[in-house]
Write a protein that binds this ligand. Structure first.
Ligand code: MAN
Length: 498
């Protein structure tokens, strides 16, 4: 019955003047001339009887006389093709060697016309059409959904990029604050150093002045002691002369001046203090010694000499007191103040330096963090920066005996074994390398082929070569709009439904 229907179709085709296996637009090439002859298409010198077309014998060198049979084999240069009309679906071409071979090639010829002579294959174009329509409808809906999800991922990627931008902006503000702070601390440090220098030079001046005074005092004491010695000996001499006069004058001479002189001398002697009065605790020699020993500690200076006109009696006391009241306390004060100032200014300087060091360290780390963000912002993370949306996202699935874990922009693990780290992205394939070394083999590595789907899902894994893996990953990030032609190209007939 089927055979008969197919044969009837063949007969109808011939009756309509059509040549089987030839597309309608090429039928005009298969018309006989007025003598009932026909010439091979690529070699018109070869002329055949019109009924030699599709007679099962290959006569033309280009095989053009057998478009509806498997008589002419394909060559490297030219494939022999048979046209299936597929009424109600899309016309297609099938390779001629499949014509009348007893196999229904419904994925190409849903109308079964490739088996026109055997009559084995009834027309299934209505069912195939239905499969196709359902496939297209589902595919379109899937793509629409996937594109919506992808759009969300694009927005997520934009937000991720904006976050990096904000982090960078914040860091830049922190960096410029730190730079201002460091500048301020450097100014403070400079000021602390110069004030320490000024204080040093003030002390220096005071010490020089004291040194000059001590030199003057030492000279004065020496002169004073010598002059006092001389005065004492003069007094002793005068006293001895007057003593002699008072003992040996002639009281019988009524010389009033002599008598007055002797009387006053005796009064002087009787009122004079004993020579052996208690020793003063003050020793001029000791005082001079002390001055000498102090001198090396003071800076001598011959300039700015202070001119002093001392009165003999109080000079020692005056200078002693001056030294005690000014020099000695000053020495202590200066020493104490200097040490305190030294300590304070040193501590201050060190504290500022420490602070600058800390600030510099923070600045350095902030700058390197900022450079990472800058580099990140300058990078393109796939079309529409889409990979930014899955940064940090992991897809898990147990396949066979292992738990696999894929981190999009990171790495892949097989249980705890590192399969590789992402090294490159080409189109929709990720390459991971430098994984754990395989026993007696290479370091593990993998390719991940991504296909569009509304959700991330690890579909399969294979190990084409030892420790070199191939993963199939469904993900919305590779989804893109498709034309109806592209969708139609993806269709394949489901033979179980025919
Ligand atoms: C483990 C797994 C396998 C791999 C062998 C190689 O068992 O990583 O995938 O083939 O090691 O020794």
């Amino acid at each position: 019955m089927l055979n008969l229907l197919t044969l009837l179709a063949y007969v109808a085709c011939i009756a309509a003047g059509n040549v089987i296996g030839v597309a309608p637009e090429n039928q005009h090439l298969y018309k006989p001339d007025s003598n009932g002859n026909w010439a091979c298409l690529s070699d018109p010198s070869v002329v055949l009887k019109y009924d030699q077309i599709n007679d099962g014998i290959c006569d033309c060198p280009d095989g053009s006389d057998e478009p509806g049979t498997a008589a002419c084999p394909s060559t490297k240069e030219k494939k022999q093709l048979f046209y299936c009309a597929n009424e109600g679906f899309f016309p297609k071409y099938i390779e001629s060697f499949k014509v009348n071979d007893g196999v229904c090639d419904y994925d190409i010829c849903c109308d079964g016309s490739d088996e026109w002579a055997t009559g084995k294959c009834p027309n299934k174009c209505a069912i195939v059409r239905q499969q196709f329509d359902e496939f297209v409808e589902k595919k379109r809906a899937d793509i629409r959904r996937a594109l919506q999800i992808r759009e969300e991922y694009v927005k997520k990627a934009e937000r991720a990029k904006a976050d990096v931008g904000k982090k960078l902006e914040r860091l830049q503000v922190e960096i410029s604050d730190l730079e201002v702070q460091i500048g301020e601390e450097n100014r403070k440090l400079k000021a602390a150093i110069s004030s320490a220098e000024e204080s040093d030079s003030g002390e220096q001046g005071a010490l020089e002045e004291i040194s000059q005074l001590s030199t003057q005092l030492e000279n004065f004491i020496s002169d004073f002691v010598a002059s006092e010695k001389k005065s004492r000996s003069t007094i002793v001499q005068l006293e001895s002369l007057l003593q002699d006069l008072s003992e040996n004058y002639n009281p019988n001479y009524n010389d009033a001046t002599v008598k007055q002189c002797v009387r006053l001398f005796r009064e002087y002697i009787s009122g004079k203090e004993e020579d052996n009065k208690p020793e003063s605790s003050f020793s001029v020699e000791l005082f001079k010694e002390k001055l000498k020993s102090l001198k090396p500690h003071l800076q001598s200076s011959s300039q700015n000499m202070v001119s002093i006109e001392p009165s003999i009696g109080n000079m020692v006391h005056h200078y002693y007191m001056k030294l005690i009241s000014t020099f000695k306390p000053k020495e202590e004060q200066v020493a104490v103040r200097s040490t305190t100032q030294d300590n304070v200014s040193n501590k201050r300087t060190i504290a500022i330096e420490e602070k600058i060091k800390k600030l510099d360290k923070t600045l350095h780390s902030k700058k390197s963090e900022a450079s990472i963000y800058e580099e990140n912002l300058s990078r393109q993370f796939g079309t529409d920066d889409i990979f930014r949306a899955v940064e940090g996202e992991w897809v898990h699935r147990k396949i066979g005996e292992y738990n696999y874990k894929i981190g999009y922009l990171d790495s892949i693990y097989q249980d705890n074994t590192l399969v590789g780290r992402l090294t490159s992205v080409k189109g929709s394939t990720l390459h991971f390398e430098h994984g754990a070394k395989c026993w007696n083999g290479p370091h593990r590595s993998a390719f991940v082929d991504m296909v569009c789907a509304p959700k991330s899902r690890l579909v399969s894994v294979s190990e084409p070569e030892k420790c070199q893996y191939r993963f199939l990953l469904e993900t919305p990030i590779v989804c893109e709009a498709k034309s109806d032609e592209q969708i139609a190209d993806e269709f394949s007939v489901d033979p179980s439904d025919l």
